[in-house]
Design a protein around this ligand. Structure first.
Ligand code: MLT
Length: 386
């Protein structure tokens, strides 16, 4: 038997890897699976971004190791995007770091900022990586419950003083995964004030910043005056430009955190392939009509799901952002019980709310990752099964 670390023993297999295994088993059995599990866009990456990748791949200079902090073209494009979209000034040399997708950056940030035994404040429910990477760093986490009655925002005043004292980092995430909750700038102002009062840096995960509906625009935490003293913001091209498999993201904000993370990262990875970074730069700087088109498609899908859920007696307030619908399970079911029932009886994959943290119990998550007809069919199948 090969010994494996205690740290690894504490964490379950990755949620979406397990879902993929179940999916493969069902497909093997001939089931017509409708996968509303992982938030993986089905639409293609826009052709101008693919074209830039192909062009850059012809240049042998790009075959060498990438620059450790990311190529300047990409970092400058991120800074330009922040100025254009949020009115936030960033120094591409010191306040921007390229990532191999924001997942790795988030996971690497935790051992950058905490020592074994330190505490990380984590929204509950949230993206499983915050929790698992904390355990892998021998840290502990404190779940900040996100409840419907609080607009799925953490109540900072309810965090016990002994937890605050041991906390070295706090995660936030809006538009939220899995809750799809959105906030306005006042929420970030309060978060920054709390962070400064207690000396707890903030990592805001803004993976869904551009996936928004109606006339809602998601704010950046860096729009709060003085936020760069304490905060960094993670961003991703995955959902905005349908680039999940490309693995390209970034982190911006506080210089000290960026520098420390780049020390850790340059010792453990060598950055993303330069042509991918250059294509990502084009995504951020060229005409953004593709983003509007994607959001229009998701908004239509959202309407199909919400109408379908209403017909089953499940009421959900229309979210203003993210790629997900966060819905209460029908009466008499637990999250896991409902998801297993649906999978077994209908071949539809949805994600159990409790997989994102204990406060997710009683909910399930639908990802808007298939066309309208398939979403409609998925909801009909669910309707018939309950
Ligand atoms: C999700 O479905 O929660 C995300 O797509 C997972 C990820 O971004 O890794």
């Amino acid at each position: 038997m090969i010994y494996q670390s205690d740290r690894l023993g504490q964490i379950p297999p990755y949620l979406f890897a397990e879902i993929n295994k179940k999916k493969a088993a069902l497909i093997e059995k001939g089931v017509d699976v409708i996968d509303l599990g992982i938030g993986d866009p089905d639409l293609p990456t826009p052709p101008h971004i693919v074209g830039k990748l192909v062009e850059e791949m012809q240049d042998p200079v790009n075959f060498k190791y990438p620059n450790f902090i990311g190529c300047l073209e990409y970092r400058q494009a991120i800074a330009d995007f922040y100025l254009r979209h949020y009115g936030v000034d960033l120094d591409p040399e010191t306040e921007v770091l390229a990532l191999i997708g924001s997942k790795e950056g988030i996971a690497h940030l935790i051992p950058t900022l905490i020592d074994p035994g330190d505490m990380v404040l984590i929204p509950d429910p949230s993206y499983p990586v915050y929790r698992m990477a904390t355990l892998l760093a021998n840290g502990q986490y404190f779940d900040m419950p996100l409840l419907k009655e609080n607009n799925f925002e953490p109540d900072f005043s309810s965090i016990p003083p002994e937890v605050i004292e041991r906390s070295k980092l706090m995660f936030l995430n809006y538009p939220g995964n899995p809750t799809s909750a959105t906030v306005d700038i006042d929420f970030f102002k309060n978060a920054v004030a709390f962070s400064k009062q207690h000396g707890i840096p903030i990592a805001h995960d803004s993976a869904y910043n551009m996936v928004t509906y109606s006339d809602y625009t998601a704010p950046s935490i860096l729009q709060v005056e003085g936020s760069k003293d304490v905060a960094v913001e993670f961003g991703s091209l995955s959902k905005t430009y349908n680039m999940t498999g490309w693995r390209i993201g970034y982190v911006v904000g506080n210089k000290e955190i960026i520098k420390a993370l780049s020390v850790l990262k340059s010792n453990t990875d060598t950055g993303q392939f330069t042509p991918i970074q250059k294509a990502a730069a084009v995504a951020l700087t060229s005409d953004q009509s593709c983003v509007k088109n994607h959001n229009r498609i998701y908004e239509e899908r959202l309407a199909v799901v919400l109408e379908g859920l209403t017909s089953i007696g499940i009421q959900v307030e229309p979210p203003k952002g993210s790629f997900f619908v966060w819905a209460p399970v029908p009466e008499g079911f637990t999250s896991t019980g409902f998801v297993s029932h649906v999978l077994e009886k209908t071949g539809v994959i949805v994600t159990p709310g409790n997989a994102f943290g204990p406060s997710g119990e009683g909910y399930f998550r639908i990802s808007l990752s298939v066309p309208n007809e398939r979403l409609f069919e998925a909801i009909q199948r669910i309707k018939e099964s309950i």
